[in-house]
Design a binder for this molecule. Structure first.
Ligand SMILES: [Zn+2]
Length: 177
């Protein structure tokens, strides 16, 4: 669902339920669509695209993923191998045609909402980025309790550690009798 303001402005994409069992984003987006359609809210400028359920297979199954975790690997593929490959082929052009992404996830424990941002501007291989200032503005406008930075580097280090020592984790698990 895409809404346009009459004045030019940023193009924002908002995704819910990338993980199918995290439904708060889907609920919030559905409510927002109702408010926009009823005229209770209006887009003044730019463009807003709302995707309440990004991974319908996972959502339908009420589980984190369909065939695999969309959040860990998302790139277009000429020959899709699984359901998430096909989602990526729709989602990647959609991402390309927007300036910013707000990706809504849920936690299964309580607590106040927070925003994860990053990386910092860089020209590296993992995730080159040049919109850190705009991203911080977007994060601040969501009115968060906390903003978390640097998670991508921490995640990449964790992946490297597991790849380097795949048996260490198992060795640390206490034996069950
Ligand atoms: Zn999630």
């Amino acid at each position: 669902m895409t809404y346009h303001g009459l004045a030019p402005g940023p193009r924002l994409l908002v995704l819910g339920a990338v993980h199918g069992n995290e439904v708060c984003g889907a609920r919030a987006i559905t409510q927002l669509i109702e408010e926009l359609d009823s005229g209770a809210l209006a887009i003044e400028r730019g463009m807003l695209t709302l995707v309440p359920v990004t991974n319908p297979l996972a959502y339908q199954r009420k589980q984190r993923m369909g065939d695999r975790n969309l959040n860990r690997n998302m790139a277009p593929s000429a020959i899709p191998q699984d359901f998430e490959d096909r989602i990526a082929n729709v989602l990647c052009p959609l991402l390309d045609s927007h300036d910013a992404l707000l990706d809504l996830h849920s936690f299964h424990t309580g607590g106040l909402p927070f925003v994860m941002i990053g990386p910092q501007n860089n020209q590296g291989e993992l995730e080159p980025f040049s919109r850190a200032a705009e991203e911080m503005q977007l994060a601040l406008h969501t009115g968060p309790h906390r903003i978390v930075e640097g998670w991508l580097d921490a995640y990449a280090q964790g992946v490297q550690r597991r790849a380097a020592a795949p048996t260490q984790r198992e060795a640390a698990v206490p034996r069950r009798w």
